[in-house]
Write a protein that binds this ligand. Sequence first.
Ligand code: RB5
Length: 149
Amino acid sequence: MSEIIPIASDHAGFELKERVQSWLKEHGYEVKDLGTDSPASTDYADYAHPLAEMVSRGEVKRGVLLCGTGLGMAYAANRHPHVRAAVVWSPEIAELSRKHNDANVLVLPARFMSPEDAARILDVWLGTDFDGGRHTRRVGKIEREGSSE
Ligand code: RB5
């Protein structure tokens, strides 16, 4: 069974969201589109929270959010327990966000990247595992588990 990846954007990320969806489908993922459905003006938090809830509850392993800078989406998503939303603007940051931070939400700054940039980032982000080891303790401290160590 193919992995289900939820995806959501505001108006600023709408166009790139459509491209990212196609890329994901072409690469064998099942996409759950949580909107928005047009370039009409919207509020990013209305789209970040439902996706982050899915990840937080463990319904899906990971998801993708897009807005103009990536920042608003990340702020909203990171308010949910166990969500680690990373704003990623290069394949190198994509790799490190997985290896060191076990990022489970990829946030793309749609106004600052091409569809080709996004494809390169997706490829690395989806294909890189968490390194574990010392990073497990550090990631645990984000949720304040074992923070007295
Ligand atoms: C929308 O204009 C823009 O503010 C939004 O997409 C995002 O960049 C917010 O963080």
